[in-house]
Design a protein around this ligand. Sequence first.
Ligand code: PML
Ligand code: MG
Length: 233
Amino acid sequence: MRASQRGLHISGAERLVSRDNIDDAVRPLIERALNHPKGEPDDVHLCIEPIAEDAIRRIPALRISQHDNNHPEAADAFIDQHLSQITALDANLRAQVISWFRTVSGLRGAMLVCARTGRRLEPDRARGVRVSVVDAVSHTTKSVKNHRAEALVLASKVVAHPNIVGEICMSDDPDYTTGYVTTSHEYCIVPHIKEVGSTVGTRVFLYSGPDAEVAATIEWLENAPVLVEVPHA
Ligand code: PML
Ligand code: MG
């Protein structure tokens, strides 16, 4: 499901379900599209695509930890430290990434940033890389968005690709101020990553692979079917 207002992205969500469960899965997605804190959409797209069961890869969810953060400015220092651990970027390039993280918003997808050069690698910068065809094994059918559960599923797929070393994320929902950062094995919750009321939000994926594999990596993130095994999902 994809909902927008005057061409601007409002919300998007998807499910990976068996044919018998399509009915149950679709209703909550429509409800979600029509009841979003960012406003009422004037355009909602629902798309249903068949996927062969043997094409689906199953992966474990990242383990969860939490950083004790109490202010957006303090979050920047933590993100900087995180970037210095998972990338080869110097202080200036890390500051550039954090500045994009704080200002770029409204993309349908994520920014893809080279962990060696700090360059943005998405072919379409206004769209970003939209991770898709992913769901939790035994997902519930609630229409209310569960930010943590959905983000954990998406983030687990992203770093399951060997060329992605981590992610930083901040929700664009004005009333959701908890973000996260990941490594290839951990999802670290960052409370108070932004001020309440701000609609700025984005994801940055850090790419550390050969230049020649950027397109194939994006293709995998956007189209490879993945089910994430979440404990107690
Ligand atoms: C989003 O809204 O897409 C991002 C949600 C971030 C969830 C962070 C958390 O609470 O774990
Ligand atoms: Mg959102």
